[in-house]
Design a protein around this ligand. Structure first.
Ligand code: ADP
Ligand code: MG
Length: 730
């Protein structure tokens, strides 16, 4: 009997929900208590320092050394009052997670003792010896140094007893080594370009913000069951496992009553979020069994992304208090839904206008249509690149599978907006567009875009990039991903597109065309040009795949080849033009992505090989041996004549087991050979392609036979917790 499996199942069944009393105060009272926010700045910083820091935060002004020292001193005081003993620069290396190296505040005081010290220098810049992070070759050359530098636009916070300072991470030579630098640059680019366009409509606009509201999906698995699955521990997903008879067919989990143990976890997590200033808002059961979601209120993109990264890290810690493991992998279980991280994205002005929200006046609606159409145009031109921004070995399982955004990026607009755009594209300027005295415009449909639209847009869950009334929802982002990657590409693409739009309109105006008419003329051309990316139908069908190919959309499905988009000349030029990533940085990023892809597949291949050879085959063989023993005895007892009829079943089973075992063995050997060949390839790109084409292809085949064995081998002997246990015990 498989002792470990039954022991962990028994323990899991017995677990009770942890008692989670609500904090004594209301959330509004302790929200952000661990954050060095404006309240604390006012309290702990001299007025002059506070004002200078505020300027830096709001307008990106550089901090003087003197001010930095003063900020550091106030921040240290606050942190120590909160019980902190250490500080760390908290950054986002290209691994996708976050990194931290803690240093204590203590320094020698020169009198034989120690004092707590934290200078402006330590706050602003550090040189963590983080040379093992992926750099795509940037740091191998001659200087291995990497620097972290304070991002004053995201507030410092305390986790446990450590003051965490959000930082960027760059090479000695200045290249970005992280997700934050390009994200910040892209936010600047989109601010610049969008502000200029806004001024056509409102000259008082001086800044445009990009907003992000992510929805984090995740699975929870009991920690004992998890520990008994080496594949989950080492790769984050199950590499085998026969489907549970019941999984999500009945759709009884989605939005269902939250299980008590999970509820305790969610409460605990929310309290932690609120203390850290993460505006957690929504919690619910997702579609798959044991799948859940947390969504906050949207925030400015850089802060929202920091908050998402912080959430991913604290949810892992909180889960342990409840004897759960959080699974952030995009596809932990075969046959049921995977997890994504929908990125709700919009642009808004410093005057408080959401640029993707239909307005009340014709003028507002012209502005709305301007931004909507430019976003569509940007997605049209960069659809392949946007896909590259979310492509990874783990997210590949989701894309194109029949449950998640397809591997083709298209834009869903909904019935009403589609009708408006159709009208715009087919109208001739003279007949339907009139200008009223206030320079507003009238065009059947557009000036009356109904306000109820915001709540009323039809939903299309199959679209990877859907307009949802006052924002776009980029659904293809993976649940384990740093949203920064996708948000950098989206904001850069939109910035570049808006700049081009501005130039086109200005040229027309320069030739004497009235402004509104110039805007409409350019938009009309865009609507026609970008029509290929507009698709309101079912994105999961095969017809759409064929149609998308005809329309010229990027339909590549191999992750290593999708990554090529980062270095494609047209996209590389855009990144350089917008000042977001240099050609060297882009090449480095592509290298890291290929390398990471290879490593992930390599690890999975090793774990799979180990599992089948050391766990599955020995058990199957033992069970087969028992059947053989029995057969021998039956033959003795019943004699050769009767044997055929009484032992027919057993004999068939014995043969069946042999077939699957033989298949597993040869397929695994073949996979190992393919790995050896791939490992010798020097080019990261070619190696990743080899891993994709020759190694990863073996996984499903091997799994098929392992799952077949699971179906026939005695349940008592099966060593790995089964799907029904992983997904339904909680
Ligand atoms: P649904 O599951 O219906 O798509 P949720 O309520 O789960 O919606 O999540 C919607 C997310 O979108 C939330 O994070 C919300 O704050 C965010 N959001 C709402 N309006 C905007 C906006 N204008 N810009 C960016 N994000 C937004
Ligand atoms: Mg959503």
């Amino acid at each position: 009997m498989s002792e470990l499996r039954f022991k962990v199942v028994e323990e899991a069944i017995k677990r009770k929900a942890v008692c989670m009393p609500a904090p004594a105060e209301r959330a509004s009272e302790y929200f952000g208590m661990y954050v060095f926010n404006e309240d604390k700045m006012r309290k702990y910083l001299p007025k002059k320092t506070y004002e200078a820091l505020f300027e830096t935060m709001k307008h990106g002004k550089a901090l003087s050394r003197e001010i930095a020292d003063s900020v550091a001193s106030g921040m240290k005081q606050w942190a120590m009052d909160m019980g902190a003993t250490h500080y760390t620069h908290w950054f986002q290396p290209l691994t996708g997670g976050t990194a931290e190296k803690h240093d204590a505040f203590v320094e020698y005081d020169g009198k034989g003792g120690v004092i707590e010290e934290f200078s402006g220098k330590l706050l602003i810049q550090q040189e963590p010896d983080a040379s093992s992070f992926p750099s795509g070759g940037i740091r191998n050359t001659f200087e291995a140094r990497g620097y972290s530098a304070w991002d004053a636009t995201s507030p410092a916070f305390i986790v446990d007893t450590t003051l965490c300072i959000p930082t960027i991470f760059i090479a000695y030579t200045g290249e970005a080594l992280d997700y934050k630098v390009p994200l910040l640059r892209s936010l600047q680019a989109v601010d610049r370009a969008a502000t200029e366009v806004c001024r056509y409509f409102d000259p008082t606009v001086s800044k445009v913000y990009s907003y992000l509201g992510w929805e984090q999906e995740y699975f929870l698995v009991d920690e004992g069951l998890y520990a008994a699955r080496p594949d989950m521990v080492l790769t984050g997903r199950t590499l085998m496992g026969h489907e549970s008879a019941k999984n999500q067919q009945l759709e009884d989990h989605y939005f269902g009553a939250i299980p008590t143990r999970v509820m305790a976890f969610m409460k605990d997590l929310e309290y932690e979020c609120w203390k850290l200033g993460i505006p957690a808002k929504t919690r619910h059961n997702e579609v798959a069994p044991n799948q859940f979601e947390l969504a906050p209120i949207f925030e400015e993109t850089n802060l929202a992304n920091d908050h998402n990264l912080l959430l991913m890290s604290i949810m892992k810690k909180v889960a342990r208090r409840h004897c759960f493991r959080v699974i952030l992998h995009e596809k932990p279980f075969k046959g049921i839904n995977g997890s994504g991280k929908h990125n709700n994205w919009s642009l808004g002005t410093d005057t408080g206008v959401n640029l993707l929200s239909p307005g009340k006046t014709p003028q507002d609606n012209l502005q709305f249509i301007t931004f909507l159409v430019n976003v569509m145009m940007a997605v049209y031109k960069r659809n392949g690149l946007l896909k590259a921004s979310i492509a990874s070995a783990t997210n590949a399982h989701r894309l194109g599978a029949n449950e998640a955004p397809p591997a083709i990026i298209s834009v869903f607009l909904g019935r009403q907006i589609s009708a408006v755009l159709d009208k715009l594209a087919s109208s001739s300027c003279d007949d339907t567009i009139e200008f009223d005295d206030k320079c507003g415009f009238r065009m059947g449909g557009i000036d009356h875009i109904p306000e109820l639209l915001i709540d009323n847009t039809d939903r299309n869950r199959t679209s990877p990039f859907a307009f949802t009334g006052n924002r776009f929802e980029f659904r293809a982002v993976g649940s384990s991903d740093n949203c920064g990657g996708a948000m950098t590409v989206l904001n850069t693409a939109v910035a570049d597109q808006l700049a081009e739009f501005k130039e086109a309109v200005d040229t027309r105006v320069g030739k004497g065309e009235p402004k509104e008419q110039a805007i409409l003329s350019v938009l009309k051309a865009y609507v026609r040009e970008s029509a290929a990316v507009h698709f309101d139908g079912n994105g999961y069908t095969d017809e759409w795949k064929e149609e998308a190919l005809r329309r010229g959309l990027d339909c590549a499905v191999s992750v290593p080849e999708i990554i090529d988009q980062f270095v494609a000349p047209t996209h590389a030029e855009m990144f350089v033009r917008m000042g977001v990533l240099s050609s060297k940085e882009l090449h480095a990023r592509a290298e890291v992505k290929w390398e990471t892809y290879t490593k992930k597949i390599q690890i999975e291949a090793r774990v799979l090989g180990d599992l089948v050879m050391n766990h599955i085959l020995p058990v199957a063989s033992r069970y087969q041996g028992m059947l053989l023993d029995k057969a021998f005895k039956m033959k003795e007892l019943f004699g050769a004549d009767k044997f055929g009829s009484v032992a027919g079943q057993d004999m068939a089973l014995i043969e069946k087991i042999s077939v699957h075992m033989e298949k597993i063995q040869t397929l695994t050997e073949k996979m190992i050979e393919a790995r050896k060949v791939a490992n010798k390839i020097a080019s990261e790109r070619k190696k990743a392609i080899a891993y994709h084409d020759t190694v990863a292809v073996a996984f499903d085949e091997i799994r098929y036979h392992a799952d077949k064995l699971e179906e026939v081998v005695d349940n008592e002997m099966w060593p790995l917790p089964k799907y029904r246990e992983l997904l339904f015990v909680r």
